[in-house]
Design a protein around this ligand. Structure first.
Ligand code: MG
Length: 260
């Protein structure tokens, strides 16, 4: 499948992205102390299905042998991403919770995430959320036809004070559209270990910085999915799907309204 989407595919992706954004807003609006992760997962699934879509993470097989058992990734505090949303765990005042969601509508996949406070949170955690979100927008602003995919990671890195925060390196952004994950890989930092790829009109990309209050190091929990920081520091994750246009990038999964 081509990395460049046709006009028709992009129109379908916009519909998929609008549905996904609607579903994530419904989830965000339900976040509160003592709400269970599994309740959020139910809301996500119902919203996607009511709009004629299908959850794209449910049953997804990653590197391990266990298919992902939920619609939504719910990742709390030191959990970075891929927290299993169907867990029977209550959110607590002061938590930060990452909500990552994907759907397929009319054959086209979109992917997005936010990290939100549960009740009131510490200034340190609020700053982490704001810095991570800003780094995502800085990465998007670096997208220009004829530029390089590596320009995105450089811009994300430059938006983050790396003396204060860790940028996760082992997980990266990606192309998206015909499947959950496509080429190219999009690191959130400067690196020479990825193929050099030119940015072209019609590419659809998931831009998704993951930032920690400690180091970049992560590990995977026993459930084979939930990714946590090795030093147990808090982490944040924001993500949008964009399409490359003549004048830059257009976000096709508008971020939900959140209070940060
Ligand atoms: Mg993604």
């Amino acid at each position: 499948m081509s990395l460049i989407k046709t006009e028709e595919e992009i129109e379908k992706m916009k519909k998929s992205g609008a549905l996904l954004s609607y579903a994530l807003q419904a989830v965000v609006d339900a976040v509160a102390p003592s709400v269970k992760m599994s309740q959020l997962d139910d809301i996500a699934r119902q919203a996607i299905e009511a709009g004629g879509g299908k959850p794209s993470f449910l049953g997804y097989k990653g590197g391990g042998g266990v298919p992902f058992p939920a619609t939504l990734c719910v990742s709390v505090n030191e959990e970075v991403v891929h927290g299993v949303g169907s867990r029977n765990i209550e959110l607590k005042e002061g938590d930060i919770v990452g909500l990552d969601i994907g759907c397929v509508l009319d054959g086209m996949f979109t992917d997005m995430a936010v990290t939100v406070p549960v009740g009131s949170i510490s200034k340190e955690r609020m700053d982490l959320l704001r810095v991570t979100r800003q780094s995502m927008y800085s990465g998007i602003e670096a997208i220009k036809v004829g530029g390089l995919i590596s320009d995105i990671g450089a811009a994300v890195e430059d938006a983050i004070d790396t003396k204060k925060y860790g940028i996760v390196q082992a997980l990266v952004g990606h192309g998206v559209g015909h499947s959950v994950h496509e080429k190219p890989q999009i690191p959130n930092y400067r690196s020479n270990s990825f193929p050099i790829v030119k940015i072209q009109k019609g590419m659809c990309l998931a831009i998704e910085p993951m930032v920690t209050l400690g180091t970049h190091e992560i590990e995977t929990a026993d459930d084979e999915w939930t990714v946590v920081t090795k030093d147990k520091s808090g982490a944040a994750h924001f993500e949008v799907t964009i399409v490359v246009t003549e004048s830059g990038a257009e976000i096709i999964t508008p971020q939900p309204k959140i209070r940060i």
